[in-house]
Design a protein around this ligand. Sequence first.
Ligand SMILES: [Fe+2]
Length: 316
Amino acid sequence: MRRHPAVGAGAALGALGLTAAAAAHVWARHVEIHRFTLREAELRILPPGARPLRLLHISDIHLLPDQRRKLDFLTHLSTLQPDLVIDTGDNIASAAAVPVLAEALAPLLRRPGAFVMGSNDMFSPMPKNPARYLLRDPRPKGFTERTEPDLPTDQLAARLTEHGWKDLTNTRARLVLDELEVTLVGVDDPHLERDEMPAPKTGPGPEDAAASAREPRAVLHLGVAHAPYRRVLDAFVADGADLMLAGHTHGGQLRLPGIGAIVTNCDLPRAQARGLTRWRGVPLHVSAGMGASPYSNYRLMTPPEATLLTLRPSAP
Ligand SMILES: [Fe+2]
């Protein structure tokens, strides 16, 4: 029996598509997931006259203890000697990763820094149907009802704070970097609906009073969350944030040519799945993060990353 030429062409195209998909899968699973990248960007948001500030943004490490290349990248980041480190959560993928992470981060933990937690700092990763990821709300039914973390979140927080990093879980903090005062506000993971915006500051506390007795400083106000849900970004904008930082999206994790991120895994627009954009006029930096769940450990067109943001004065 002779086949119609169109049938033959269709079969050939189908075979080509399957081959391309298989090649993309191999690339995403075995090559790109290890292509650790340092991105750099500049932002002019500091008060006039302030000296530049190097802010290292790390996120979504999803560490397992045997991920040697990821650990080497974390160690490399410490050579950047940033002025400030912001960690937007999803640090671990198992309880055994906590001491390994603390060791790899040790030089950075000794620098000024702050963090929030993500759901993967509280709950062990679970196998998921990849198709769920494409739905509007990809969380399994009842997911937000899981209230008892099975990962050692307190132990992780203790290791992250042992040299002075600030835990921004539904709270505010303050850091003084030479002449620049950095005020921070953070929330617990909005993806788990644990975010509670702390009450506005009503007046100077004892620490502030002591500070105001000294020379007045320029102030930079940062809003920090794991998952960049709109309600949280709106709250940070209302709080007067100069810059907002988040993770969670993995940059879409799978990006397509000409389309970019297919999903953000939250209600943030897809075009803002990674990098520097603005939300209601305020700069927003979303880190694409350094890893992925062990059950979906692949990345396509969004290699694992950390970002060094150089903040400069807004006026020359
Ligand atoms: Fe993550």
